[in-house]
Design a binder for this molecule. Structure first.
Ligand code: AVI
Length: 315
């Protein structure tokens, strides 16, 4: 059993304001539910970023200031199925750029599937998957003599709170050389009427995505959460630009977690904070970048201005 998982769940449920880390959403069932989320009509983020990669790959290449004859490496953190990235890889390959694609993921299985699909769809693209923790892998690039472009897409940075996002950016900054770039995909701040349905879909897929973590705790830590006694309640604060998902206990209850040898008390109406999804604009991103050598050098948005891919350059 994963000791960190046990520790993190204990820590989160022992807090005055109960919270669970959303990084634990992604077990096998969670991965499959997230694929369903990305295909929902309400979840505009994926299609908006795909629009940028499909229709503006030439602008992306220009904004990244890539040189045709100078070898560079595209390092993607948490590549998923690579649907968006393949649009860029194809354009670079067709135009004869000299590069290698290095997807980084903790899951060996996800990397193998990605490699097989790239080999099949884009057989001339060089792919060098790297399994492991992002920063262990990035450490190897600091001493590389060629330019690096790090891709961190899908508004994944939005699942960090601002201090964690700052920490992440500082670490990235330390692992890059002057001139290296980051292509950072973020969801933009926009009205509640658009954001909230993305986290509160009509089919209840996002609800199942959140409840799945309670099931995971039941299975892996021998707990007795009754998922029918928790409601899914997302909120969006338009001024801050932050969406938060909560599970709310519908009754007073005690939950036993055997592997922790502990019981947690829930009052009726008590919330568990499950996830933060921060939305960005230039000002917020600049605050996150403060104190690093990374600066915004360009920004592309989709045709509806819902989502942005920022180009950050290390100075
Ligand atoms: C992965 N991440 C950027 C998603 C988001 O929008 O925060 C996760 C997600 N949670 C609910 N729906 C999607």
């Amino acid at each position: 059993m994963n000791e960190n998982f046990q520790k993190d769940i204990d820590f989160g449920l022992s807090a005055t304001n109960k919270t669970l880390p959303s990084k634990y959403f992604y077990d096998k069932i969670g991965d499959a539910l997230f694929v369903e989320i990305m295909n929902m009509p309400e979840y505009y983020l994926t299609s908006a970023e795909f629009d940028i990669f499909k229709n503006q790959h030439q602008q992306l290449i220009k904004a990244l200031k890539l040189e045709k004859n100078d070898f560079f490496e595209l390092v993607e953190l948490g590549a998923g199925d690579g649907t968006k990235t393949k649009q860029l890889l194809k354009a670079l390959d067709d135009q004869g750029y000299n590069f290698k694609y290095a997807p980084v993921d903790i899951s060996e299985n996800a990397l193998e599937q990605l490699k097989a699909s790239i080999n099949n769809e884009l057989p001339t693209v060089k792919i060098d998957p790297k399994q492991g923790d992002y920063f262990n892998v990035l450490g190897d690039f600091k001493t590389s003599s060629h330019p690096i472009v790090v891709l961190f897409l899908g508004s994944n940075i939005g699942n960090f709170n601002d201090s964690k996002a700052k920490e992440f950016i500082q670490k990235l900054d330390h692992n890059l050389k002057t001139g290296d770039k980051i292509l950072l995909g973020v969801d933009l701040i926009k009205p509640k009427s658009i954001v909230l349905p993305a986290y509160d879909d009509a089919q209840g897929i996002t609800k199942r995505f959140n409840l799945n973590l309670l099931t995971r705790i039941n299975n892996e830590l021998d707990a007795n959460f009754d998922i029918n006694t928790f409601e899914h309640k997302p909120e969006y604060n338009e001024e801050e630009g932050i969406a938060r998902s909560f599970l709310v206990s519908t009754k007073d209850q005690n939950i036993a977690i055997k592997s922790l040898d502990k019981t947690f008390t829930f009052k009726k109406g008590e919330k568990i904070h499950m996830e933060t999804s921060r939305k960005y604009n230039d000002q917020i991103l600049n605050t996150i970048l403060e104190g690093s050598f990374l600066k915004i050098s360009d920004r592309l948005t989709d045709s509806q201005h819902l989502f942005a891919d920022y180009i950050l350059e290390k100075h």
